[in-house]
Design a protein around this ligand. Sequence first.
Ligand code: SAH
Length: 264
Amino acid sequence: MKPRPSFPAKLSGSGVKPKLGLGSSAPQSLSVSPSKNTAALRTPPVSKGLGLDSSAFRDQMVAKLAAQGVQDALVLKAMGRVERHLFVESALAGQAYEDTSLPIGFEQTISKPNVVARMIELLRQGAHGKLGRILEIGTGCGYQAAVLSHVATEVYSIERLRGLHEKAKKNLLPFRLPNVHLIFGDGMLGFPKGAPYAGIISAAGGENVPQAWLDQLATGGRLVAPTVTTSGQQALVVIHKTSQGFDRQVLEAVHFVPLKSGIA
Ligand code: SAH
């Protein structure tokens, strides 16, 4: 049976999006020297919430991801845990578990679940257990950062649009993810304070992979980024940094929002 929009309505009551602010008791510490643009996401306890309805939709989404070829058990588990419908406007919540990208405001989009899972699987290729510290370029609404928080020990996520940075902070509060650190800044410069990273993942596509990312990647680490290739089309590029240099693989065509420099 196809999951359809009835479920957000059923979520009301026990499953409304919890509204919590950072209480005075909320610790704000960061594990790397925090800049004033860095927000740690240690938050107060969240109300028990979403009923079986939304988890059933996620289970169905995860089964589909597995059928589409996603094999990494940790990725599938993380995709099954994060309540994607809480990251989109309530009018779009009914589509949250379908394989579709959705608008998140500020002319940006959240990628399809399949693309999120595929990219994280590529990032984790060959990893046993959780990845170490990772850097995400393009926090957007914070959804992918939440997924990443379950497959890596620390997640640094940087966003160049202040409005989205603020939105992600708000969206992530109820999830209580102390290992997610949101940064407002230009991700083309990476985030040197957290380097070296076991993985770097970009949710925005550039003409090239910025040198800063290559520099900030740990030896043995992987970088996954939509990048314009020689064909002039955007494709997923995976770069593995080894002691001998960089191995670069160009994979399938993708359509991501552009990687832009500077902040706005
Ligand atoms: N991972 C996000 C998807 C966000 S879409 C999510 O789960 O919602 C891509 C994001 O990349 C946009 O929010 C865009 O503003 C941001 N972006 C583009 N160029 C950037 C840059 N140089 N630094 C940081 N963020 C950037």
